[in-house]
Ligand binder design. Structure first.
Ligand SMILES: *[C@@H]1O[C@H](CO)[C@@H](O)[C@H](O)[C@H]1NC(C)=O
Ligand SMILES: *[C@@H]1O[C@H](CO)[C@@H](O)[C@H](O)[C@H]1NC(C)=O
Length: 589
């Protein structure tokens, strides 16, 4: 649309000036107005006519197309703001630095009150860049006041902030002020509310405030503190400790950290919030700040019961093979003896355990069979002897739980205090993961502490980037000795800061997190927090839980090693005595 400048009305000239000066970086602009504007503008824009239409649907449609800045000239600006806020929550496109310009319906002082009312609305408090163009009547030519809200500072955020005056006589601004002054770089002490709860080492609250400023610390608390140092805001912690991470209900209410965010009770949410899909639909995510691997500590494998040791040198298949060798050899001997089964099993068994034989007779058939059998027996016996020696000296453990498959096969419960641990797995279609999710249980802190001594379940922990672990406090120094960390991670996640959808803070937070990664500060903070606030003994035990068994590997023979053999011996004696007695009784009758 190219028009000659002279036929534009003053408001159109002003709008064109604003568009050229401030909207050059916009991808697309939505004009919400019943009349068309006439001006020359070189960027993408769409026009929405609010009359007699469903404004929410129209706004949603253009917002999904990427038209996220608005020029509005409507009868009811309050309606627009309400619809706009609905669309922010419904849509999936996000933009942190949205701009909205409200133009008057007509050059009439009556519309000013209507326009100014939007500054008092709750929905407006989330938009830093709202510009109201209001008719200014006590001027010689058609002129407009340019007004926004105070937004930053300690209080009175709703109050109007007079920015400039534009007059159609000069076609100039009087003060040439920036019309969108809130670039979030200096909040002048504005309070930023943060939802969190104590979860080491991400967030620690209620510390001794003589030792730690404000009595709070933690990897993510430090991100927030640094953020506020940077943009000059002040932190206010909002707590809902009972619900921890909480959840978001269908009706857009909720509890815990997530609920506080959805209901706009807070601006930022932290405490190991992973990039969960369901939450992304309702909230904004910052850039990832901490990469964490989720796995379990499972009960450590125990020494095998000693009666099993005599069987350990050979595998199951080897034992089966030996059994069949015995059968075939007995069969061959029977055959060689011309069908007589006299002493066949006893002789074969004897030769297999390298016992010398009494006279085998003159027959070469029998001699060759017994000859080969003696050689087989010699080999088997030596192999068994070697294997037995090694099972005696190297302690043998049960199979340890290393992978997801192991924990699923063993049907072992795993758990923590909240089911946030399985949010990331809940949508998986894999049968193994589904089974893993089914085995997850939540228990109270006390119950978990009690169960940590019973070897009945595994406990989920997080592996943090600098090599420390986030372990629930219910795992004590004493209990941790009996646990081994699993080799395989269940999954890994990126922790984010969550914010209201299209929050003004998102861009700044992303920029800060980028800088923190760049400088390596996040790793340094993790180490500092872990060393000051975590139980180092527990950390070390978990870290070394897989290597400590190497140390106690070789030991001298003790009674418990040979106990198994004696058990077998005892069993044999008992069985023989029973058979002996039975024989006597049966023969008597
Ligand atoms: C930060 O905000 C406080 C409180 O409004 C203000 O006094 C101070 O000058 C600000 N600091 C900077 C560097 O602007
Ligand atoms: C929203 O849903 C939750 C759970 O379904 C319910 O407890 C709560 O009362 C509902 N809130 C409103 C405002 O409807």
């Amino acid at each position: 649309m190219i028009f000659i400048k002279s036929i534009l009305t003053p408001i159109e000239i002003l709008l064109q000036t604003i568009l050229y000066r401030y909207f050059q970086s916009s991808y697309c602009i939505a004009f919400v107005s019943s009349e068309l504007f006439r001006f020359d503008y070189n960027k993408t824009f769409v026009h929405i006519d609010p009359e007699g239409r469903n404004l929410t649907n129209d706004l949603l449609e253009v917002s999904e197309m990427g038209c996220l800045d608005y020029i509005v000239r409507v009868n009811e600006p309050k309606d627009f703001i309400q619809n706009f806020d609905k669309v922010v929550h419904l849509g999936n496109t996000r933009k942190s630095d949205r701009k909205i310009v409200f133009l008057p319906e007509s050059y009439n002082i009556d519309v000013v009150g209507n326009l100014m009312e939007i500054l008092t609305m709750k929905e407006t408090t989330f938009i830093p860049n709202v510009l109201i163009v209001a008719p200014s009547t006590n001027q010689s030519c058609e002129s407009y006041d340019l007004i926004t809200h105070k937004y930053i500072g300690l209080s009175n955020h709703n109050e109007p902030l007079y920015l400039d005056l534009w007059s159609s006589c000069t076609k100039q601004f009087t003060k040439n002020n920036n019309l969108f002054p809130h670039d979030m770089s200096n909040m002048h002490g504005k309070v930023v509310k943060v939802a969190c709860f104590t979860y080491k080492p991400y967030v620690l609250l209620d510390l001794n405030s003589t030792l730690v400023p404000f009595g709070r610390d933690g990897m993510e608390i430090r991100i927030i503190e640094e953020f506020c140092r940077w943009v000059n805001c002040s932190v206010e912690i909002v707590r809902d400790d009972k619900h921890q991470w909480g959840e978001i209900y269908e009706n857009m209410t909720g509890v815990g950290v997530l609920g506080s965010l959805v209901e706009d009770r807070v601006d930022l949410g932290i405490t190991a919030l992973y990039s969960w899909y369901e939450e992304y639909l309702a909230l904004d995510f910052s850039a990832p700040c901490i990469r964490t691997g989720i796995t379990c500590i499972a009960p450590a494998p125990r020494l095998l019961a000693s009666w099993e040791t005599p069987f350990l040198p050979f595998t199951l298949y080897m034992w089966i093979a030996i059994f069949f060798t015995f059968l075939y050899a007995s069969f061959a001997l029977t055959f060689a003896q011309g069908g007589s089964t006299k002493n066949v099993f006893l002789t074969t068994f004897g030769m297999m355990i390298t016992q010398s034989q009494s006279d085998v007779g003159q027959s070469w058939r029998i001699r060759s069979i017994t000859g080969w059998l003696l050689i087989t027996g010699l080999v088997l016996d030596n192999a068994y002897g070697g294997g037995l020696a090694s099972t005696f000296t190297v302690p043998k453990y049960e199979k340890s739980i290393d992978t997801i498959k192991d924990i699923v096969d063993k049907k072992m419960e795993w758990g923590a205090t909240h089911d946030a641990w399985i949010f990331s797995l809940a949508l998986s279609q894999e049968t193994q993961i589904k089974q893993l999710v089914n085995q997850f249980k939540t228990y109270s802190f006390e119950e978990l502490e009690r169960k940590s001594y019973s070897r009945s379940m595994a406990f989920s922990i997080e592996k943090l980037p600098a090599g420390y672990y986030a372990i629930g406090e219910y795992i004590t120094e004493k209990a941790v000795l009996d646990f081994t960390i699993m080799l395989e991670d269940f999954y890994y996640e990126q922790c984010v800061v969550m914010l209201r959808k299209s929050s003004a803070y998102t861009n700044k937070m992303n920029e800060l997190i980028g800088r923190l990664h760049e400088s390596g500060l996040l790793l340094a903070w993790e180490t500092q927090v872990a060393l000051t606030h975590l139980n180092y003994q527990v950390q070390l035990e978990v870290k070394l839980s897989r290597s400590k068994k190497d140390v106690e590997k070789i030991e001298p023979l003790a009674l418990r090693h040979v106990l198994g053999v004696f058990i077998l011996y005892g069993l044999g004696i008992i069985i023989s005595i029973v058979i002996f007695i039975l024989e006597i009784i049966i023969n008597k009758n």
